[in-house]
Ligand binder design. Sequence first.
Ligand code: FES
Ligand code: MG
Length: 572
Amino acid sequence: MSTHLRSHDWFGRKDKDGIIYRSWMKNQGMPTDMFDGRPVIGICNTFSELTPCNAHFRDHAEAVKRGVLEAGGFPVEFPIMSLGETLLKPTAMLFRNLASMDAEESIRGNPIDGVVLLTGCDKTTPSTVMGAASVGLPTIVVPGGPMLNGRYKGQTIGSGTHVWKFDEDMKTGKMTQEECEYAESCMSRSIGHCMTMGTASTMAVMVESLGLTLSGASAIPAADSRKKVMAQLSGRRIVEMVKENLTIDKILTREAFENAIKVNAAVGGSSNFIIHLAAIAGRIGVDLKLDDFDAIGSKIPLLLNLMPSGKYLMEDFYYAGGLPVILNELKKELHQNVITVTGKNHQENIVGTTDNYNADVIAAYNKPFIPEAGIVVVKGNLAENGAVIKPSAATPALMKHTGRAVVFESIEDYHARVDDPELDIDENCVMVLKYVGPVGYPGMPEVGNMALPKKILEKGIKDMVRISDGRMSGTAYGTAVLHVSPESAIGGALALVQNGDMIELNVEKRLLHLHVSDEELAKRRAAWASPKPAATRGYVSMYIKHVMGADKGADLDFLQGSSGSEVTRDSH
Ligand code: FES
Ligand code: MG
């Protein structure tokens, strides 16, 4: 047992404050000996019925509590702001940093010695990990698990990925509204988060590869009883972590981040991974640059055949063996001098669990689905701080492409004109969308994979180069250049693009170039006026004043780093 638990500064007190700290807790029926100095474990629950992906978390919290009690700890569950990807407007991403502040202050201000993060839907993982990293207690993540495979009229359908397909089929008359509503039920047929390798699955894999979960946690479907077993075992383990003083900073080293980047490439993870991992690195004090993602990850082969890059879903990944198989295939690529929540490294954790039961789902390292799959960073006069593209979800033939810009000045402009038969556009053009970055929208929504014009879809064309300062859903596909930084709303060159300009994308050369002279750009810049701020009060006003660029993880500047776990003053 480590010498001093911080919860003792509340519950161990022999004065008036001690009465206050213990007595009110006893109204929940807690015996006096619960306050005898045993580890107090916070269970940070992102349950909400407005976050359907996390709506089963009361069950998981109970399983974690069982584990904590078995190991001699004192479990205390608390809610924090829950961010649901599908309902929250204008985008859940706008509130990721707010939720991280909620997590951070809730952990620090309370008598907690270690924390279990219950996470699922896209933003609930990074927000809680960012908050926990800024406090620095022993921390373990229990990912909530994906939904079971969607099935519709005999075919397998994936969350999100098939939304884009159904939308195209409706536009081109291949699907009726009634068929679509039936398909919706088929897509979301169990508890859990998106079961494609969208952002939620990407985040689950990210925390497992960073070492923040028990081994094999990320792929277990939410509806599988073994998910609750994982939750219970995590409850047992966090109590031990407190006794060992195994704090989150000992796990989140630079090497752990490098491992996560490689694993993300191998599983075909979401482009949103970049933004969230960069933000977590900023909290824990690891120097991670946008270029590092390309340098470390882009040459890693694709080993997982999941939508949107491939054809299977998370349930199939679990049956094939889950992440331990990938970690084993990648073992020569990964740092092994890093510990995980078990106190051991990945190789030690996965002993006996590395058999691959389906080679069509998980490929061997030397027989990959794509030889180089990681997210690529492109730069040029159109994106001086960089932009990203996910080659495994893009069209190889468009990786080197020069085309005429068709510019949409806002998301409203795009919606108003994209399907206009008179729109001057063909499949060789480059679609450009402005003002959808962190400051511009605000909150950097997932609109970067803008649907193609109806008249182009009707020709049977499925992909075009699209450029924006927004993001793309991890479940989406297409040759989308995303996260252009600096963003248009703060005067980035994207704001200056005009219809008819030629834009060159060359992924091999890592280039994104606007073929307009510096003199002409200077002229356009002088005539450019910054848009009116999206808000003048409240959180949004603070957000737009302090949000950093996408290349830095779009965290608020004043949230970088950690404030530790110490609180010196009492509440009364
Ligand atoms: Fe919640 Fe996809 S909408 S994980
Ligand atoms: Mg998403």
